[in-house]
Design a binder for this molecule. Structure first.
Ligand code: ZN
Length: 303
């Protein structure tokens, strides 16, 4: 992700080249219109800057930057089957008092010893059940950001996540870099994935993790329109790159502190190292006094 993502949102320069004599009434009208225009530009600039600021915090992490560049797309891009269903999806949303945020959330409270474990790129028939078993063993609730077409293929696994008390969020339909898509395609990626989750568990998700952590104003606006808060992370052990179990453990624990959101994966490739590392990560952080919470809990406790 780079700053060019936001170029189309830069305030437009106004042309003052044409100078003509105007009556006092016309001049007064121009002054009023210019004043409104200036206020609009300030608001636009503030809004975009806020997103850029928060996004920068994400991409400034060396791990995140490296991920964004080096992540080889593990997902088979499905054919263009993003046709919103002919019948409108029910508008029922998950019961939540948490508002939809206008900016990507990358951490929770810095004063509470809470950590959120998150798993992306599932559900996966080989690994998701193993991770669920480990979470149950340690009494930990986590958040799964599932890919839409995999939800459609393995709805029973998603229901298993949900019934175990974990949070099911969405991770787009087919895992593209959404900042490269048109507004309508971003909308389709998000809405069809939410539809799939609703079909699987009976509730629409309220949290969304953008593939590669890549967001721009279009992604933020479309997520907001679908009542999805955008969740990124600030602890990335890069388990997806299979650096070895010890390395995953060291990175995950080394970056953990109050309010940390840990990014791990239950799909997208061989996740045996992730599963081998998970018990030590959980037990070590629990011994250090951290509590594992879901994303909505983390967000609520920071508001
Ligand atoms: Zn992903």
């Amino acid at each position: 992700m780079n700053s060019s993502t936001y170029h189309s949102f830069a305030p437009r320069k106004r042309s003052y080249a044409k100078q003509t004599r105007r009556s006092p009434l016309i001049l007064l009208l121009c002054v009023i219109l210019c004043a409104f225009g200036a206020i609009g530009s300030i608001v636009d600039t503030f809004t975009v800057s806020t997103v850029m600021l928060e996004s920068h915090k994400v991409v400034s992490s060396p791990h995140t930057t490296q991920k964004a560049v080096a992540y080889s797309k593990p997902h088979v891009q499905k054919p263009n089957i993003l046709h919103p269903s002919a019948t409108p999806a029910p508008t029922k949303t998950a019961a939540s008092s948490i508002p939809t945020f206008n900016y990507p959330i990358f951490r929770g409270s810095t004063v509470l010893p809470e950590i959120a474990l998150t798993f992306d790129d599932g559900p996966n028939p080989s690994y998701t059940s193993q991770i669920l078993a480990l979470l149950q063993k340690f009494g930990v609730k986590a958040t799964f950001f599932d890919i839409g077409y995999l939800v459609k293929d393995y709805p029973a696994l998603v229901l298993q996540e949900y019934r175990a008390g974990h949070i099911v969020g969405e991770h787009s339909w087919s895992h593209p870099d959404l900042t490269h898509l048109s507004v309508s395609n971003v909308r389709a990626q998000l809405s069809v994935a939410s539809d799939a989750i609703q079909s699987a568990i009976g509730r629409r998700p309220t949290f969304f993790r953008p593939p590669y952590g890549a967001v721009n104003s279009t992604v933020m606006q479309q997520a907001k329109a679908l009542n999805l808060s955008v969740i990124v992370w600030n602890d990335d052990p890069q388990d997806w790159s299979m650096p070895g179990v010890k390395v995953i453990i060291q990175r995950a624990i080394g970056q953990a502190h109050n309010g940390t959101i840990i990014l791990m994966h239950d799909g997208g490739g061989n996740r045996s190292q992730t599963i081998a590392a998970l018990p030590t990560i959980i037990s070590t952080l629990q011994e250090r006094g951290f509590h594992f919470v879901t994303i909505p809990q983390l967000v609520q406790d920071n508001s």
